[in-house]
Design a protein around this ligand. Structure first.
Ligand code: ADP
Ligand code: MG
Length: 279
């Protein structure tokens, strides 16, 4: 093994074992706090005085009609879009509006986009391994010798996402649902504190949806992850939701239990009623 490689191994193990340099502080408040956040695109207010608070370990569902601002909200949290006004805090210590995308990601905010972006030619195991080293651009990844700790973490994540048996399968042969789980697993390799998940069950079978509900509810919890799920499928939201936030025209229209928001006349009018989804 050459020097660079052994250095790479050491650094990866160190990264893996070390706590985040400046961990999120949730002792006295929420893990995510958005206050009066607004952003306009060409004079159109996509986000309009948005207030949102996510508690540590919470699983929150965000619903709302197309164009409500759900994706823009995630763009703001992850630093992709800078708001015109307002504040955004990760715990009480980190002002997200002073940080760029990689800095925010390294704080432990992981985002899963709607389409799976796994590496199809690599095995499930290799995809997870690569995710662990994702921010080590210049260092060897797949060729590096795996340390016990990294292997353990991969096994742990494989169990969480239910792909133990498929660890040596090329990701290309996975079903759509399994690819989505693998991608969630790739995010988990970095031990995120907050996971943002955009429409996870679109295109999934009924059985895959059930499994995804179990996975997401299992991930959320104190000392584990906080999870924010944007989802259109009302059956799915109903099956996992504790608190539901309804976005409309860039701000919060209603918030509460699924039963409560589903029977709110404002919600029925702008969203659920239109879709004929209120049961
Ligand atoms: P949702 O995800 O809830 O469907 P979006 O956040 O994607 O809604 O969009 C909110 C509104 O902002 C939409 O009207 C959309 O067209 C507009 N919008 C989003 N991003 C941009 C952008 N980069 N430039 C211009 N308009 C945008
Ligand atoms: Mg969207």
């Amino acid at each position: 093994m050459n020097f660079l490689q052994s250095l790479a191994d050491r650094e990866r193990v160190f990264d893996f074992l070390a706590p985040a340099a400046s961990p999120v502080d949730v002792r006295h408040g929420p893990i995510l706090y958005l206050e009066d956040v607004s952003v306009s695109f060409d004079g159109f207010k996509a986000i309009d005085a948005l207030n949102l608070t996510i508690d540590d370990g919470e699983l929150r569902c965000i619903i709302g009609p197309n164009g409500a601002g759900k994706t823009t909200m995630m763009d703001i949290i992850t630093g992709k879009t800078r708001p015109d006004a307002g504040s955004a805090w990760f715990g009480s210590r980190h002002d997200l509006l002073t940080m760029n995308e990689p800095e925010i990601a390294s704080l432990g905010i992981g985002r899963k986009f709607q389409k799976p972006t796994v590496f199809e030619a690599l095995t499930v195991f290799e995809n997870l391994e690569l995710a662990m080293a994702a921010d080590k651009r210049i260092l060897p990844t797949l060729t590096a010798r795996l340390t016990g700790e990294v292997c353990e973490r991969i096994e742990e994540v494989l169990a969480t996402i239910g792909l133990i048996e498929l660890r040596q399968a090329p990701a290309g042969i996975l079903s759509h649902g399994q690819k989505q789980w693998l991608e969630i697993g790739m995010l988990l390799m970095q031990r995120p504190r907050l996971l943002l998940v955009d429409e996870p069950v679109a295109g999934m079978t009924e059985q895959e949806m059930e499994r995804t509900a179990e996975l997401l509810t299992g991930l959320a919890g104190k000392g584990k992850q906080s999870v924010v799920v944007v989802e259109h499928d009302m059956g799915f939201v109903r099956s996992i939701a504790r608190t539901v936030t309804v976005l409309h025209q860039g701000s919060v229209l209603a918030e509460g239990s699924m039963e409560r928001v589903a029977s709110d006349p404002k919600v029925v009018e702008v969203y659920l009623g239109v879709e004929g989804e209120v049961a």
